[in-house]
Design a protein around this ligand. Structure first.
Ligand SMILES: Nc1nc2c(ncn2[C@@H]2O[C@H](COP(=O)(O)OP(=O)(O)OP(=O)(O)O)[C@@H](O)[C@H]2O)c(=O)[nH]1
Length: 340
């Protein structure tokens, strides 16, 4: 071991040791287990803000300055060390300063000699000021806690927001479906509108061509509806349109597609029907309408134009043919079905 000093006389050693103890900031203590005397270095007094040598030189001085909340823990550790249960004496606690505040210190000590009965004869220790480090640690702990809480609440917030967003998305989806539905439905009669009919016709045309299945199309128009409006009023006219739509809807097949073309004109798609059967279907409808008492003592008739789609037909071709047929039905006396 390197030796810093090699004093020849004890007095020289004492001088060196005392000078060092006087210079170092932290305090040392030296407990004589035989007499109960405790020697404390000037640094010990300075560290706690006291005048040097102001206290009695016994263990009670030390016990009196330990923070009440730390006292039990310190005593237990001290007992464990001097009884041999703990291999070292090393503990952090608070000591009271001259101004009444407490200073965090770390206390390290070593037994230097035992009495013949095995109890401690001499023990030397040092109190080291760790106040700033301890405060910084506490601050970090506090910050970590806040950070954790912050993270947790951020996580919760994110969950709540995600749930709300999901709900909003669902609402939006429902609204989109509603709007989509409304945009395909005629508001007065609640049957499909022209837009929806055009989509359906394109789809059915493709299907009939792909599978080489027949497809027919019809248009019909209320005969002399102007007279009805003029006689009974527009509101009754509206009710008649609604009742007519219900009557038609109740008397066509599920596969058939029924829509309002506009005004008092309606269109029908008959998938799987060639012209012959389409004529039978439309004539059946014509009869049903003419026999139906649509308002008290009021009967109406309709004229129909029918055509069967061919492979080369454009939508315009089809409409030209059914329009012509309808015109024909009107000019041939109304309440008729004509075809081309
Ligand atoms: N109440 C009501 N009437 C409508 C509606 N749409 C169209 N009309 C009426 O339907 C009538 C159509 O008259 P016209 O085009 O002269 O035909 P029409 O009187 O039915 O005679 P023909 O078609 O030649 O048999 C007009 O009076 C329109 O006001 C509607 O939504 N409600």
């Amino acid at each position: 071991m390197n030796e810093t000093y090699r004093h020849k006389r004890v007095t020289e050693s004492d001088t060196t040791l005392n000078a060092i103890l006087d210079l170092i900031v932290e305090g040392t203590w030296d407990w004589n287990g035989e007499t109960g005397h405790v020697t404390r270095s000037p640094g010990w007094y300075r560290m706690l803000g006291h005048e040097i040598g102001v206290f009695q030189e016994n263990v009670f001085t030390w016990e009196n300055i330990i923070h009440p909340d730390d006292y039990k823990r310190v005593m237990a550790h001290f007992e464990q060390y001097i009884s041999g249960q703990s291999p070292q004496y090393l503990i952090e606690y608070r000591c009271k300063k001259s101004d009444g505040s407490y200073l965090w210190i770390v206390d390290r000590a070593k037994i230097l000699a035992y009495k013949t009965d095995g109890t401690v004869a001499r023990m030397i220790g040092a109190h080291h000021n760790i106040h700033d480090k301890k405060l910084a640690e506490d601050e970090v702990k506090k910050l970590n806690k806040l950070l954790q809480q912050g993270n947790m609440s951020l996580e919760n917030l994110t969950k709540i927001k995600a749930k709300k967003l999901q709900e909003k998305n669902q609402e939006l989806e429902t609204k989109i479906k509603e709007v989509d539905l409304l945009s395909n439905i005629d508001p007065l009669t609640s049957i499909a509108n022209r837009r929806s009919f055009e989509k359906e016709l394109s789809k059915e045309l493709l299907r009939s061509r792909r599978y080489n299945h027949p497809l027919s199309l019809a248009i019909f128009d209320i005969d002399l509806f102007k007279n009805v409006n003029d006689t009974y009023g527009h509101q009754i006219g509206d009710v008649i349109l609604q009742k007519l739509c219900k009557l038609i809807s109740d008397n066509i097949r599920e596969l058939d597609f029924f829509a309002r073309w506009g005004g008092e004109e309606f269109v029908l798609i008959f998938p799987e029907l060639a012209i012959k059967k389409a004529l039978i279907a439309t004539d059946k409808l014509r009869k049903i309408i003419s026999q139906f008492e649509i308002a008290p003592n009021l009967y109406i008739t309709c004229s129909f134009g029918v055509t069967e789609c061919t492979d080369n037909d454009s939508i315009e071709d089809l409409f030209q043919r059914i329009d012509n047929s309808l015109y024909q039905a009107k000019s041939n006396g109304r309440n008729r079905v004509e075809s081309r």
